[in-house]
Design a protein around this ligand. Structure first.
Ligand SMILES: *[C@@H]1O[C@H](CO)[C@@H](O)[C@H](O)[C@H]1NC(C)=O
Ligand SMILES: *[C@@H]1O[C@H](CO)[C@@H](O)[C@H](O)[C@H]1NC(C)=O
Ligand SMILES: *[C@@H]1O[C@H](CO)[C@@H](O)[C@H](O)[C@H]1NC(C)=O
Ligand SMILES: *[C@@H]1O[C@H](CO)[C@@H](O)[C@H](O)[C@H]1NC(C)=O
Length: 467
């Protein structure tokens, strides 16, 4: 099942690349650890605690050398297959920095995701404790505790790294805990927050055209346009249902159901682009161009991505979307958690008003606002969500100042990444990586790196070496 990856996560940055991990990896020195955290860091009267999970690679560590901390985001820190595939600890540029510099490598899990469960359930009362600020306080508490072990870490510097959502957390951590951080790096993270981010889907289309080629792009456009025409025509709805494998309960007169179909389609293409590895888009295009015609080929691909093996058909109803978000139990990739954070803090909902131009058709803001409202209650009005997002936006205002002196945090944007246009640009530490994908720079130096990518990674390694 696809899940909406903000930034990549999602989240999700790690698991998408887990396929590249060598299964015969040497796991010596890698440990899964737990740390007692306060449920509420901002209320001294609340003594409740919970166990946060984190993983370390101490294979290279020598006392008082640098701590390299990769912040977890909106997903589990372990990829689903094996514990060995925590690529941040084994197969990343930060791993290489730790190896070269006898560093201590940590990957923290964000509260509420994975196995880091502060509460028994996910009711609205519980979710009060799901916030970036609480998560940042978790990290600060862990670092303070480590540093209290003077003989091992008394003199250690701290290099904090994050990508996508967890990249947002890097300068935020620096703002709140300047005494703890020495260096930072925020990869592919947005620092401009709006209610809607319409350009997301337009950049998805642009990247598909650039990487997949004209012929593939035209087929995608024609195929998705035809699907939209079928979906909007009572006489052709049967054909749309066949093509998209829509379950019978789909209500053709319900705008939200229609928008939900478009949103799911947009997710398929957004995921493809966000996790572009250099070859996956070409592979998908090859497959799509082999199909018998535009609409059949495009539908087949969409269905393949959206359908679980256990399912007979795909439930595209808006009601099911809301119900899935209302599940109060912790589940793998709970949709409730990240949606809550978007309604409460980040917004940037990937709307689409330009029918047919970007393969998404119409996904109005109303669709996303309605989701917040239906799932989390009537206090989630458009006005309130807008205030929430503006509050987050204000936190990063200082970073956009062109005259700001060089700081200690690197910021990267990737030109193929749909999030590129809400990243940080007007800052002397900001780099736009050309022809790069979402969080691609977090990977080790490789033979396919462009000159610019190679130079950037070298500068990260150089900065890591002088700490
Ligand atoms: C992964 O880690 C968990 C938790 O420590 C452990 O129970 C499990 O056996 C590990 N699995 C593998 C494949 O190493
Ligand atoms: C690490 O640094 C601390 C503080 O300077 C010092 O007390 C400690 O002895 C050092 N540890 C080692 C093993 O050198
Ligand atoms: C897509 O549609 C346009 C206009 O309907 C048509 O001219 C074009 O040939 C179609 N492209 C493909 C690849 O079928
Ligand atoms: C960046 O600078 C340009 C040129 O000065 C300005 O137009 C733009 O609004 C700035 N962007 C942000 C996010 O501050």
């Amino acid at each position: 099942m696809l899940k909406y990856i903000f930034l990549i996560s999602i989240i999700l940055i790690p698991s998408a690349k887990a396929q590249q991990v060598n299964p015969s990896l040497d796991n010596a020195g890698i440990k899964i650890l737990w740390f007692d955290q306060k449920l509420d860091h901002f209320n001294d009267g609340d003594k409740r605690t919970w166990q946060m999970r984190y993983m370390v690679n101490e294979k290279y560590f020598k006392p008082n050398k640098t701590i390299y901390l990769f912040l977890g985001g909106e997903s589990t820190i372990l990829s689903p297959n094996t514990n060995a595939s925590n690529i941040m600890l084994t197969n990343s540029l930060m791993h290489d920095a730790a190896q070269k510099n006898a560093g201590y490598l940590i990957h923290t899990e964000h509260r509420f995701y994975g196995e880091s469960k502060p509460t028994a359930e996910l009711s609205l009362d519980d979710l009060k404790f799901l916030s970036s600020r609480q998560a940042l306080a978790d990290v600060a508490a862990l670092i303070r505790s480590l540093k209290s072990d003077i003989s091992r870490f008394g003199n250690s510097k701290l290099f904090v790294v994050g990508g996508s959502y967890s990249g947002i957390l890097v300068p935020w951590f620096a703002k709140l805990y300047p005494d703890l951080i020495d260096r930072g790096w925020a990869s592919s993270a947005p620092f401009q927050f709006h209610l809607e981010y319409e350009r997301y889907n337009i950049i998805v289309a642009r990247t598909l055209e650039q990487i997949g080629g004209q012929e593939c792009y035209r087929r995608l456009q024609n195929g998705t346009e035809k699907l939209a025409n079928y979906l909007n025509d009572k006489d052709q709805i049967e054909e749309a249902m066949r093509l998209l494998n829509i379950c019978n309960k789909f209500n053709v007169n319900n705008d939200f159901a229609l928008w939900n179909v478009y949103h799911k389609m947009a997710l398929v293409f957004g995921t493809l682009v966000q996790f572009n590895t250099g070859t996956n888009i070409q592979a998908v295009c090859k497959e799509i161009l082999q199909g018998s015609n535009d609409v059949e080929a495009v539908s087949q691909y969409i269905v393949k991505q959206l359908k679980d093996k256990s399912q007979k058909c795909i439930d595209y109803s808006f009601k099911t979307r809301v119900e899935n978000h209302k599940i109060l139990k912790y589940t793998t990739d709970s949709e409730r958690l990240w949606t809550y954070q978007r309604c409460k803090e980040f917004g940037n909902f990937p709307t689409s008003e330009k029918r047919y131009k970007d393969m998404t058709n119409k996904i109005p803001l109303k669709y996303f606002i309605r989701t917040c409202y239906m799932v989390f209650g009537e206090q989630f009005t458009r006005e309130r969500i807008k205030e929430n997002v503006q509050r987050t936006n204000a936190i990063f205002k200082h970073l956009h100042d062109e005259n700001r002196p060089k700081g200690n945090i690197f910021f990267t944007r990737a030109s193929l990444d749909p999030w590129v246009e809400v990243g940080l640009q007007n800052n002397s530490m900001a780099v736009l990586l050309k022809d790069a994908s979402h969080c691609e720079d977090l990977r080790p130096i490789g033979p396919h790196d462009s000159k610019q990518m190679r130079a950037f990674k070298e500068s990260i390694l150089a900065a890591a070496a002088v700490l």
